[in-house]
Design a protein around this ligand. Structure first.
Ligand code: ZN
Length: 161
């Protein structure tokens, strides 16, 4: 018996996949199952119904982030489980603009020491990720802790934001 995910966990998992959808190439052809697996989850921990929930939550979250997941190739066909059907990712409208120069060529800061692998090297080479170091800096103001780390870096003007 593996651990069970709550509905909330499954929504969080779907939310965490949004950055992957934002960073992949426009026109990428992928399934929900492949996305979850690529993010490093052990697929044996998911019950079939869990994956239905992740799939639904993923489509909702993508829409909220201006990412279109096009499954029209499967419309009107009975082909099996939705999370195993491929969709085309359209993410041009989801790119984050640099507030200083307006470029959409920006990278996300990755903090801590993530496991180094081919996928990570690719993200770094493509300018999708930039390593932010091991320590998260924060300040406490009136009892609230604020992170003072930039979340993104512009690849064109070099500024953090
Ligand atoms: Zn810029």
């Amino acid at each position: 018996m593996g651990e069970r995910y709550s509905k909330e966990d499954l929504r969080d998992i779907a939310e965490s996949l949004i950055e992957d959808l934002r960073e992949c190439e426009d026109g990428t052809d992928i399934t929900t199952w492949q996305l979850v697996k690529a993010a490093g989850y052990d697929m044996d921990n998911f019950k079939e119904w869990d994956l239905f929930d992740v799939h639904d939550a993923l489509f909702h979250a993508a829409k909220a982030n201006h990412i279109t997941l096009d499954m029209s190739a499967h419309e009107g066909k009975e082909e099996g489980l939705p999370y195993n059907l491929d969709f085309i990712v359209h993410n041009r409208n989801a790119q984050i603009k640099c507030p200083i120069c307006g470029s959409v060529n920006t990278a996300r800061y990755i903090y801590g020491y993530p496991a180094f692998n081919e996928e990570m090297q690719k993200k770094l080479d493509e300018g999708k990720w930039v390593l932010g170091g091991c320590c998260i800096r924060s300040v406490e103001l009136n009892g609230t802790v604020y992170q003072t780390m930039p979340s993104r870096k512009c690849n064109d003007c070099g500024k953090d934001f």
